[in-house]
Design a protein around this ligand. Structure first.
Ligand SMILES: [Cu+2]
Length: 69
């Protein structure tokens, strides 16, 4: 199991937090998702054999937010 922390730009409220959780949790291989509005971060535990950081970035960007590299 791997853990990655992504810096997410553009979140302004709890609805944004839920939006990001909702796009990350269904990705195959994602074990847990924690999103902090205060830190502007998403912490994702995942199985690296099934999911990748690039998939998470794409999902977050498709939802209308930006991921700082
Ligand atoms: Cu919001």
């Amino acid at each position: 199991m791997e853990t990655v922390i992504l810096n997410v730009q553009g979140m302004s409220c709890g609805g944004c937090v839920n939006s990001i959780k909702n796009v990350l949790q269904p990705i195959n291989g994602v074990i847990s998702v924690d999103v902090s509005l205060e830190k502007a971060q998403a912490t994702i535990e995942y199985d690296a054999g099934k999911a990748s950081v690039q998939m998470f970035k794409n999902a977050i960007e498709d939802a209308g937010y930006d991921v700082a590299s």
